[in-house]
Ligand binder design. Sequence first.
Ligand code: GAL
Ligand code: CA
Length: 350
Amino acid sequence: MNRTIKSCCSRWRRKAAGVFCAALAALAAGCGAAETEPPVLRVGVALYTQDDTFISTIAAELERMAREEEQERGMRINLSVVDGRSNQTTQLEQIDSLIGRGCDALCVNIVDRTAAAVLIDKARKADVPLIFFNRQPVAEDMLRWEHAYYVGAKAEEGGVLQGRLVLEAWQAGPALDRNGDGVLQYVMLEGEPGHQDAMLRTEYAVKTLTDAGVAVEKLASDTANWKRGQAMAKARQWLEEGMGDAIEVVFANNDDMALGAIDAFKQAEEDLPLVVGVDATAPALEAVAARELYGTVRNDGAGIARAMLDLVLALADGSDPAGAVELEDGHYVWLPYRAVTARDLEEKAP
Ligand code: GAL
Ligand code: CA
């Protein structure tokens, strides 16, 4: 039978300290290592949907890093990953069940970022530390409990870096100004309405150009909910409306949508405009190397997974989380974005 930490202590902080003490106690009691099951740390991981390229890379990294930690620490880390299927009610039920089954920590990629308060209150009541990631709750909600955390990247920074990629290309010569009118004509493919990354990347990408004195003209913009297929359909519609020659830049709030736009241009046999995305997913990096996607902005999924695991382990160990991760305002861990173009890939290549 598995000896779980939960069985010896009721509250996670004590239980936590118990992860390592339990093994020692077992040895002191004369139990041979062979008879002793390693201590188990149970982590609930709730995804807004599994059907999202970037989110599934975070889940995969978390799984990989947990296996490494198990080896190093001689313990078991059980990750229970649940798929919210983009439904907040479903996700709340899943979290109730994870708490009910006695998880030691929760990592939550919340479906509706305005619904965090109820979740924080649940976790607080059960005394299960709660780490939000990628989908950022509103700031006031985060203040409801000292053990509510957020791990992610600053959305506006992603927008600024994406804007700078385009700014550099604009300043590099007249080629980008296809119609030679001195104005940058663009379309914008946006992520889910209401998502901090959709709103702020959109705003700051354009602001970076206008702040630098570039005149811009928005030809069209629409949401494609982070999805390649939806982005392809929107871009195809714009091309059918005859916009093909006029579009000088396609801004996409993420790589999947940037790739969707490229799909539409290729299918319509139109010349590719300058297309930029965010995330640096594997297929996007291939498109950058193939010179189809001009550039992307790396969203550090591995960094997010690492920081969450470090937080979970520190909390389980009863140690100060600020010693394990760089914690801002007691609640936030920020991962930096980084721009990637074909030049960066070449420099990295041996
Ligand atoms: C963004 C990412 C998107 C999508 C979204 C989901 O940060 O760029 O590709 O994964 O998060 O919340
Ligand atoms: Ca122009």
